[in-house]
Design a protein around this ligand. Sequence first.
Ligand SMILES: [Zn+2]
Ligand SMILES: [Zn+2]
Length: 142
Amino acid sequence: MPPATTTATEAHTQRIARCGCRRLKLTVSGEPRRVYLCACSECRRATGSVFAWRAIFPDSAIVAVEGESSVWRRGSDAGRWIEQVFCPGCGGLVFMRAEAMPGAISVSVGSFDDPGFSPPAAIHNRSHQPDWYRLADDVAEG
Ligand SMILES: [Zn+2]
Ligand SMILES: [Zn+2]
């Protein structure tokens, strides 16, 4: 077996996303494919906040989904489906699937409870962002 490199070790970092009551648990391995913010009205509704902070992981990164979950399917602006996977106990939205994103999930970064998680590379629907909120200049319109 070749000696483990730092890169290989980092690629196998495991993170656990949990809902508010901690019963729905998603374990993923490796680094996210993309980290983004979305300020669209559905994301603001889902989070009650200025935007959603999300990380996309391929299905192959999913180590385990534990606990009961409920799925709510809604439409997107582009007329395709998006499924929000949440805890039926506390309502916490842990991850989503989208018709436009086969083979991957989009995880609510807040569920990782890791303030050091990768910053967003882009924000979608920036025009929905309130005037009082200012993002760092290097977060581009996505
Ligand atoms: Zn819960
Ligand atoms: Zn959105």
